[in-house]
Design a protein around this ligand. Structure first.
Ligand code: DTR
Ligand code: CA
Ligand code: ZN
Ligand code: ZN
Length: 350
């Protein structure tokens, strides 16, 4: 008997069929949920997080920089939402330039602790502005993806961890500190770290980090499915928090929509926009909620969710135990359209 499980409905059908036939559902079905398509991330939710971060900056001297009240208020804001969503959160303190800095780490309960898939973004801004694209955009998209995991009750094979870094603008200080506190054994358990720093630039390009090939291909395939061309991110080496993880041998990847560099005419042909800076408000006071391209923010938020769902699923190798094969003597009674008649359970897809 061959079972092809096209999606959540298919997984339910298999469970129903297994129940009807009195057989235990193959282990692959239990993991199948983790390989199901990621949800669409509501860009309105991401934009609301950005509005909240803007309000925090407005109430704290116009910025959310390391060592300033606006940064700790940003940490408290993100932590509260994750605590309410069932995450195990940790605030890690460090000192930089004479001020206390904070990293926020959020673990989604469950999954294999020996296979940690982490997504992160720096939460600090520069002192000259609220830092909504740099890097409220990455912080908000990672937050909304984490909340989507909770809403879905996702139970992936791998363990999901999310991080928001302090003092990136001072030289990747928070992420460097986090990695420095990991033992070599803990580092070896990371299957990957995905970084999202500036993913809503007003004159956007669509750049994919060219580091770990599996992560890179996951993002490239996603954007290809949207019909959106991508380019590899060449200026990024060492320029954001993924470098802290790459430097200790952890596979990394990520997305970027551009900073102060000028979009070329060829890139204008490819992506639209103008032959000006990808983000003319980079590190400026005008990096506000008006400094965001909603389409880029939406596409990148959905790409993040796609990568988290896809890369946290199990292997594509069939699990052990019963494997259902086509056999001439097996006929499936007609239970109507609720149950697919040809289902192929050969392991976890994706
Ligand atoms: N260093 C980041 C912005 C930045 C500049 N180039 C890249 C490439 C890839 C990721 C990020 C960046 C910052 O100012 O926070
Ligand atoms: Ca979306
Ligand atoms: Zn910056
Ligand atoms: Zn940044």
């Amino acid at each position: 008997m061959k079972l092809s499980v096209p999606g959540r409905a298919g997984a339910v059908a298999v469970l129903a069929l297994a129940g009807l036939l009195g057989t235990s559902a193959p282990a692959a079905v239990a993991q199948q949920d983790a390989a199901l398509a990621a949800p669409d991330i509501p860009v309105a939710n991401v934009k609301q997080h950005l509005a909240d971060l803007q309000s925090i900056a407005n109430a704290n001297g116009g910025n959310r920089a390391h060592g300033r009240t606006g940064y700790k208020a940003s940490i408290d804001f993100v932590k509260a939402k994750l605590d309410a969503a069932g995450y195990t959160t940790t605030v890690q303190q460090f000192t930089s330039s004479g001020s206390t800095g904070y990293n926020l780490i959020a673990d989604w309960p469950g999954g294999d602790p020996n296979q940690v898939l982490m997504s992160g973004a720096h939460l600090d801004s520069v002192t000259s502005g609220p830092g909504i694209n740099d890097n409220g955009s990455g912080s908000a998209a990672v937050l909304e993806t984490a909340l989507a995991v909770s809403r879905a009750g996702l139970q992936p094979t791998k363990h999901l961890r999310f991080g928001w870094w302090g003092a990136e603008e001072l030289g990747l200080v928070g992420s460097k500190y986090y990695v420095s506190q990991l033992s070599s054994s803990e580092r070896s358990k990371f299957s990957g770290y995905m970084n999202f720093d500036m993913i809503g630039s007003p004159n956007p390009g669509y750049f994919v980090y060219d580091d770990d090939p599996t992560i890179e291909q996951t993002f490239k395939s996603y954007f290809a499915g949207l019909g959106v061309p991508t380019e590899i991110e060449t200026e990024g080496d060492g320029r954001s928090d993924h470098a802290s993880f790459k430097n200790v041998g952890i596979p990394v990847g990520g997305l970027f929509t551009g900073a102060s560099r000028v979009k070329s005419s060829a890139q204008v042909q490819k992506w639209g926009g103008t032959a000006t800076s990808f983000d003319r408000c980079y590190h400026s006071s005008c990096d506000t909620t008006s400094n965001i391209n909603d389409t880029a923010l939406d596409r990148n938020s959905d790409a993040i969710a796609h990568a988290v769902w896809t890369l946290s699923a199990g292997t594509t190798q069939p699990p052990g135990g019963t494997v259902f094969e086509n056999t001439a003597d097996v006929s499936i009674p007609d239970y109507g359209s609720a149950v697919t008649s040809t289902v192929n359970v050969t392991g976890v897809a994706g």
